[in-house]
Design a protein around this ligand. Sequence first.
Ligand code: MCN
Length: 793
Amino acid sequence: MGASDFSKLPHIGESLKRKEDYRFLTGAGQYTDDIVLPNMHHAVFVRSPHAHANIRKIDKSAALKAPGVIGILDGDDVAGDKIAGLPCGWLITDTAGQPMKEPPHPILAFGKVRYVGDHVAMVVADTLENAKNAAELVEVDYEPLAAVVDVRDAMKSGAPALHEAAADNHCYKWAIGDKGQVDAAFNGAAHVTQIDLVNNRLAPNPMEPRAAIASYNRAGDDYTLYVANQNPHVERLLMTAFVLGLPEHKVRVIAPDVGGGFGAKIFLYAEDVCLTWASKKLNCAIKWTCDRSEAFLSDAHGRDHVTHAEMALDKDGHFLAFRVHTDANLGAYLSTFSTAVPTILYATLLAGQYKTPQVYVEVDAWFTNTSPVDAYRGAGRPEATYLLERIVSRCAWETGLSQDEIRRRNFITEFPYQTPVALQYDTGDFPACMAQANELAEMASFEQRKAASKAKGLLRGVGYSSYIEACGLAPSNVAGALGARAGLFECGEVRVHPTGSVTVFTGSHSHGQGHETTFAQVVASRLGLDPSQVDIVHGDTGRVPFGMGTYGSRSISVGGAAIMRALDKIEAKAKKIAAHLMETGDADVDFANGEFTVKGTDKKVTFGQVALTAYVPHNYPLDKLEPGLNETAFYDPTNFTFPAGTHICEVEIDPNTGVVRIDRFTAVDDFGTIINPMIVEGQVHGGLVQGIGQALLEHCVYDRETGQLVTGSFMDYAMPRADDVPDFRLGHVTTPCTTNPLGTKGCGEAGAIGSPPAVINAVLDALAPLGVKDLDMPASPSRVWTAIQSAKA
Ligand code: MCN
């Protein structure tokens, strides 16, 4: 079935209420920490209080005697059992053709700790309280070393070195684009705009912290790991094949209800491996639930880029070339997909929505004594969008064009469009998004609102951001050539039951995105069923054939496409059964609205009749067709999907306090065909709030001298709350994706990608009359106030 026929099916575009909410709202969800297994013990991790230190000795004797303790494992035990370090899932080859440096990433520190929170030992006891008390008694003799937390310090010669394998803290230098052509274009430019900016480090903070329970079953010599994770098959593959050396089929990974992830639960973490390993060693089930302070230290963080960029323009404001240098902070170790974030997922987006003929991006990636940095909602695309959209607005201000005019002048308008940084956009309508956003934001009356603010002694500004991003990373062979060490397909199994209801097993994982509803809509629409007749199963390697999980807003466009493929097979087989029942040829059978009909006649059988016949094959072509109606498909996308849109933010600032209030925020997005508008709006709301959080409030700060995490709790890390954001004005433009059978483009990250530059551009627009030209995120009251005072001075 083609994307245009699909979009006309009955439940497509319907705002069905979420099926899963009954369970969540009535407290019937089951999260990892809710699960209690027989003979279950509790683990607590002893973590490094130092950013960088040698471990001289670990004395476990007192702790081992503490009540309830059944074992304490440390780096020596890991080495003794020959357990490998955590793998990095993406190999970057540097500009000299050499592989990136991959220092060991031990599951428990061996000889050295490299960030505050680094895991040193795991204490297992009968109760959580006993485990916590015993952990206090583990004596670690540290020799503190000088630490480095900022990339600008890490690159200095003589900086403290974290790893023997990277004495200069440098992981790789990577580049994309034609430097010669870019430099030549700069030589002929009428105007060059420059920018220096920092993309602030963020802590993901899903509502449910990470948690895991591992158990070992001696009878079958197999393991079960319950874990709050976004991709259980990938977790299992990495853990068994790369770290523990176990047969994959001997480990079942179950990610039950998961309360948000935002990327932080994609990765294989040391804690999950330690629990699985120890469950056999100590012969019991072991639970660990991260507490919030521990999460600040030990969850992979996001962003943390320092960038210098230059845009060359001709005399009419057309972009000629874009030149970028970024230093990316990878933290102390390479987390699972960390290396792809500042390269493949970032630099390839730097053409944005514009016809810029030449783009050259160079990235240096550095180790520092901080928590590992990896994918966080948007992963590379927010960093790209923030940079590009900040410099585009600055180009407008420097050339005297309006923020929307300079964008319109440079918009790509013909598709497919090959960018100079590898991606080929299939569809889009950027001017339409801009036009609708201007209308919804009531830009025609902006000057009146600005004057009204001025009359109250307040400053008003508007900021634009026209983003494009790439979702559903693809195809596997291209990603493999670029360094991916995993496939990027998805798997779906459709099991039609004899009574005509359906269970779908998907390799995608829902942890807030509403898949149980939207995937059911897709299947019900195709088969002519009510969505209540379709159940979605996900998050269990024991039930789902295979899967790559949920990240990169891939689930509907890749996971949904795999289900569509399985449905094609179901439909093809069901047609054969129907043809037999109606005594006609397969080619004469049509299927629509749950009914099989014979062309040109009034003969028909229902989907339910066919399902029953498949399992009660009395009148059935058993010589030609197997009984049953159960199909599996794997789908490997041929291209990314490219959601895009324009966001407009309007702020009012009190110059006496520096407080920024978002007065209105408009987002017009193109997500291709929309399955469930309500769920999509919810995704956009969540993304916008996260983006606004980054722009105005959130910032993970390490002390530059000691390497201590200064913002290690909600007391000092400001999360956005309801009164920090206005009612959003949302609009849609629809240009269906041409490379998947649903026509969908991902929506899960767009809000977090498009919004930060819109906010900061608005703040800078408001502050322009005072002479403020630059400001880094988060635009907190103190930063804004200080910028105003500095401009005055
Ligand atoms: N959808 C739709 N029509 C479209 C596109 C999507 O109806 N054209 C629906 C989908 O069917 C799905 C939802 O919108 O129910 C999101 O789909 P998609 O854009 O495919 O994104 P994923 O399901 O793959 O979710 C991943 C994405 C990412 S990468 C992050 S990070 C993120 C996000 O989703 N983390 C979240 N949204 C989150 N929402 C919650 N509540 N919690 C998180 O951790």
